[in-house]
Design a protein around this ligand. Sequence first.
Ligand code: GCU
Length: 432
Amino acid sequence: MRRFQTRAFPLILAALTALPSALPGAASAQDFPPVDQLPSQPGPPDPLVMFDGQRVTSPEQWRSERRPELIALFQHYMYGTTPPSPNHIEAKIVRVNRQALGGKATKKEVEITFPGAARPISLLVVVPNDGERPAPAFLGLNFCGNHTVMDDPSIAIPQMWVYDNCPGCQDNRATEAGRGGHVGRWPIEQCIDRGYAVATFYTGDIDPDTPQFADGIHPNFYKPGQTEPGKHEWGTIAAWAWGLQRALDYLVTDEAIDSSRIAVMGHSRCGKTALLVGALDDRVALVIPNQAGCGGTSPSRGDVGESVTRINTSFPHWFSDTFPEFNGREDRLPFDQHSLIALVAPRPVLLSNAQEDTWADPEGQFRMLQAADPVYRFLGVEGLKADAMPELGKLVDSRLGYYIRPGEHSVTPEDWKVFMDFADKNLPPASE
Ligand code: GCU
């Protein structure tokens, strides 16, 4: 049993749900060879074949052997390994408004701390008031601070580095002028109206997206003498995913939220992170990586849009220091991104895309879904019910879902409508 405390309210002791069976580090990685000794595999490697070439013969073997092995492979060669989950978190509700959005919702700001935190995670949680039972929720990282996703003067503004293109940003610092600047990306009222709660925090609470690690969580986990993450240790995307797991630690104890119906949604780099946390943590009931592209949902072996070499050059801190060894030799990767999707099985995944966002390779993403489909079927559940890319604006709402709309790289209220249509179908309440 792990401890969860809230200071502003009476002390609550609550058990957190059991951690996922295949936690990071569950399989040993010491036997994985150096990159230049990996065999060339020009096509996407079969997720149902073990690293030693043996075919997976039962769902039980998938769960107990192959899934932990694949997680270890992704961590060893691409995202980096993470520290173990802390054995307790502390959650302090610092502000509550029970009459938010004209009385339709309760808005809470929750500060989550844990051993090794660089600073608290400031989780904004907005829950519908009229729910007769705990609400399903969307959890996701935001790019510019909680104050940008809701126009509310009480929401705390991040004090650390933010992107210079964030609304209201001055000298890489957030200001009052940014309030409500991203409500279009986070149409919270629309979610509340459809019965969904929303929980989000700024990526910088874990690690600001700068190409060094000094300003985030990483240094707090260095061994004596260490000055940067080791060759196989976590980059920024793995750290963000680990931070989402801390938000989950809290959310599964929040009585207003249905802990069995938490979806993780993320846009672009936060979509890469959404898929990773969905792959690692089976408390995530549904995953929506929106336009996540290279290093997320599109093939590393693809030749459209962003390449492995390019992403490792532009964003050297996102992955571990081992991933650049695959630059120009992606055929050596012992997986492709369909295997990350398959790690979510049997839980639902929706890949959503925009026609003009060729940088994120929408066609390649569809191929990744097709290649993940055999794992879903092997586990006895529906996979992808489409033989070809759907028409623009038409949702494929099978358990492996796909959507592409006209327009460019962004996330819009219309996209959220599709996310909720997909969640209505694929994340029904337990009694239905
Ligand atoms: C860049 C990057 C992508 C990323 C995107 C984003 O375009 O190359 O990999 O997904 O930024 O996060 O918006």
